[in-house]
Design a protein around this ligand. Sequence first.
Ligand code: PMP
Length: 423
Amino acid sequence: MAKQSEVLFQRAQEVIPGGVNSPVRAFRGVGGAPLFIEMGQGSRIFDADNLQYIDCVGSWGPMILGHGHRYVVEAVKKAATRGFSFGAPTAAEIDLAEMIIQAVPSMEMVRLVNSGTEATMSALRLARAATGRKKILKFEGGYHGHVDSLLVKAGSGGATFNVPDSAGVPEEVTALTLIARYNDLEDVRSQMSDEVAAIIVEPVAGNMGCIPPAEGFLAGLRAICDEHGILLIFDEVQCGVGRTGRMFAAEHEGVAPDIMTLAKGLGSGLPIGAMVAKRRIMEQWKRGAHGNTYGGNPLSCAAANATLDLVNSSMAANAAAVGTHFASRLRELAHEFPCIGDVRGRGLMLGIELIGPEPERVPARDLAQKVIERAFHNGLLLLTCGLSTVRFMPPLNVTAAQVDEAVGLLRTSLSEALSLVGK
Ligand code: PMP
């Protein structure tokens, strides 16, 4: 009998391009149909065929409190009974802005939007407005959402300099985007001029391969920006809100940006984003120029306020403690499996970089896909990033016992993947 996920995928392909609303959901490397999910509970999810998985994907980042956290569900339910959207302000938006500013004392004002993409798009526009300059600099392999000018070298593929990564993005738009190597201050310095409005960077680079900044890198960027009158944008969409064991990942480095973007974990799975900036910069937004029907939506704000309450009080500390345990378990695995070339990340944003078995019969990327595929069949949901990194983003309230269970399944999956690729 056909699996429910396969039946649903057949239906979806008739009416949705590729059968999914975001290409990553196709789980293409796994083969067959994508998973159609029935429900989630804590750190587990259940598919349409009632199979269960330990979830280290977390909706690609947002599910920082796990699925169906009671405190967040109650807050959203309460807001829902009052109304879904008013096109007029509510107090919940002020509460949220105040909480964000309290958590990042260097910032003074918050603009609420609906996603990470909108937050980074708004940040670029604000930077250009505030400096009167056009160019922006991003890092190779850094993904900041589907903003036209940022879709250059945004994945791990071999796109050439300034050629857009996606059809439909004009080269004239990406011509204003400079690209430098992450953790390479000299490369950044060599491209600086008084035409550059902003540098956008993730304080832990997620899609690039879960790469933390080298010591002094963020501080170096800060100094370059100050020297050239350039604004520094920290994209904390993925690494922010407790994920790395601190409220924001840049806190590990003690460097403050001029503009910061948030989304994903902020809403615990409800769509919300925030662009956060210093007052003197934010006041350069001309009123009325950036309308937004759902910005500050009452349900999303209720979820975000409840989320920040919890992350502030205990979750970030748990992420730091369990993240250390997780990393040390992964390092143990690296002793067992020489194909694990590196274990890196911060808090509960971790990755293992795989290297292809010798002699190079299997590219590392194929091995990573095979590991993900076997993990999927063994009941563990993982995702890749960079060229050949397997990434782990469990909820911040995950326990050490759950981590051990995930590591056990990963060990089995690594063995199976290696024997399948003939090593
Ligand atoms: N910035 C970063 C660092 C991200 O990881 C993402 C999403 N993966 C985005 C921005 C875009 O966020 P969204 O998908 O909510 O538009």
